[in-house]
Ligand binder design. Sequence first.
Ligand code: GLC
Length: 515
Amino acid sequence: MADRKRKNKKDTSSKAKASSKKAGEEAKEAVDAQPLETVKKPKKEKTKILFVSPEAQPFAVSGGLGEVVGSLPVSLAKKRKYDVSVVIPLYRGVPGEYREKMTFVKYFYFLLGWRSQYCGIFKLRQNSVTYYFIDNEYYFDRDGLYGYFDDGERFAYFCRAVMEMFPQLGYYPDIVHTNDWQTALVPIYNMSIYHLGFKSIFTIHNVAYQGKYGLEILGDVFGLPAEAGAFVEYGGCINLMKGAIECSSMVTTVSPSYAGELQDPYFGEGLDSIIRKNSFKMRGILNGISTEVYDPSKDKEITAKYTADDLSGKVKDKAELQNIFGLPQNPDIPVIAIISRLVHHKGMQIIQNVMDQILQENVQVVILGVGDPGYENYFRWIQGIYPGKLCANISFNGGLSHRMYAGADMFLMPSLSEPCGLAQMIACRYGTVPIVRETGGLRDSIHDCTMGEGNGFTFQGTDAGGLIDAVRRAIGLYWRKEDWENLKKYIMGLDFGWTKSAAEYDRLYADVLEG
Ligand code: GLC
């Protein structure tokens, strides 16, 4: 494909320019002589990109990865040169409204190790993207997406099904873009068994989850030949993410800062040396968010809609938020929201260390999330100590999160590591000022406004001091009413959509096809 593209370029640029004026006139006459309907421009072949992902909004989503694979392909499909597809498992939770619109393409059986497995393919076209769904009830007709004893086998099945789907459908993408460990076996299978001509890109959304398994299941479960051990073996076990890094043409991650951090032992979770070795094919591209899903002027989840020009709706949303969380309905008290997985690397320990100090201020704090039982119980406990000041909703609730983005004044996100993070960008979109720790994508998207231009408040350390200082600076500005209004309007106008990042993916795809 790359060669063909390059050849085309030559034909249409240098050669065409060099042709004489006379030849041009002759050609024009010949065209003029033809009946109109037969004059067609030769169609340029589109570059076929397939995203392989364990989740994609709106079909199945458990976090940032699903949101990104929900919005990036749609944004790329707007460029006419791409033919964009996405493939995910057909989980039980895929809503009926989408199942009804799907068409059944075909079924076949293939071998995963020694197991002969059924594979059904369903298809759905939406927003100029073709979605393929891999159907196997034994593996995917379950309540959740992940967290089962056989996740390794389930996603090996998924990857192998994707590889088998190509000849079955006669569909051969130019680029296969895989995401996180669940899809890592696609480039590994291709390098060790299938040898199809596509270029592969592997994106690391979170290095903390690598897909590690005992070496004894290399052939039995993954169906890999012994030679593939050279790609996947690391630290005495199978490490699928390591294998994908080795076998892909390019590796990306979701912010420039995290691309650098991954090469550091503090962030690399043991893979830093592999990433350093492969740094020549590594790029960091900041995620965008869906500006359709997150739009306070259209959001159906929120009580009152609003824009940067008329923020009166946000005042109503704040009152409603205080009502939902059972806090005094006072428009003047600043409300700080936390929406997060309640786990260590999201900075929950720092929050725990400073919560008493934060609550000495004239603030209200609202929390939404699930996670480690230790943190869940901590928040349940502290709301009893500070009734009317702090309220925690220990659950995962999409609709409520929108009402929190809209109704809060500040958004706290003190992650110890954050590959990209979407919540800080969503908060900006709703005019809710982010307070973040300077790491990964948080550092790339939020800049401190204390000393001048910026779109939030930031701090560096992992001790309580930095966080409480940033919160106090935010509260200080909050009381300078005019400056605070201006900051809200400014951050709502920032462009966190996909346009800029899609252009970087555009360059990445061009480079990978050239390479
Ligand atoms: C993971 C990361 C998060 C990122 C998301 C999408 O969930 O933890 O930082 O925004 O993937 O790439």
